[in-house]
Design a protein around this ligand. Structure first.
Ligand SMILES: [Zn+2]
Ligand SMILES: [Zn+2]
Length: 165
């Protein structure tokens, strides 16, 4: 009889340990799934930084060096300067318009991502939207820290005043 109760106690402990491990495994499994979902969602809505944005422009419209003999355009429509032999230029793949690399990159960051001459789209709309999100985000972050600074200053000021009152 004693042996049986010992066996039952042993079985009970074993079952307990088994279920504890099972629950732990389950928790880890569920967490990995929710993490994966969260990550993919975050990736989808994550704003595009300036660096990533310029890289996307660069991938689609590579930089070349201006050659008088092969290129038909002679002036950059952004700065209105004449191209010089060997200057870094970017040719837009869709419309073949040529601009200085720096002029075009600045233009594309300020304006909507369209060709300064013919307004054809350089990047897909959703990429431009995400880049704007990033820029707006930077602005709100700045405003936030400004408010914090004002709060901190007023708090310090309050303390300072209290000492004298
Ligand atoms: Zn230019
Ligand atoms: Zn164009």
């Amino acid at each position: 009889m004693a042996a049986l109760s010992q066996l039952l106690a042993h079985l009970y402990t074993m079952t307990l340990v088994f279920f504890t491990i099972l629950i732990l495994e389950l928790v880890i499994f569920i967490r990995s799934i929710t993490d994966a979902i969260y990550d993919s969602g975050r990736d989808k809505n994550r704003p595009i930084t300036t660096k990533q944005y310029l890289k996307l422009i660069d991938e689609k419209n590579p930089v070349t060096w201006f050659k008088n003999t092969t290129m038909t355009t002679s002036t950059c429509a952004v700065c209105l300067c004449t191209f010089e032999e060997g200057e870094e230029v970017r040719e837009l793949i869709k419309c073949n318009h040529i601009f200085h690399k720096d002029c075009l990159d600045t233009w594309l960051q300020q304006d909507s991502a369209t060709c300064p001459l013919c307004r054809s789209k350089v990047l897909p709309e959703e990429i431009v939207m995400k880049f704007r999100q990033h820029r707006n985000g930077q602005q709100t972050e700045y405003e936030g820290s400004d408010e914090e600074l004002i709060f901190l200053l007023s708090a310090l000021h309050g303390n300072y005043m209290r000492r004298f009152l």
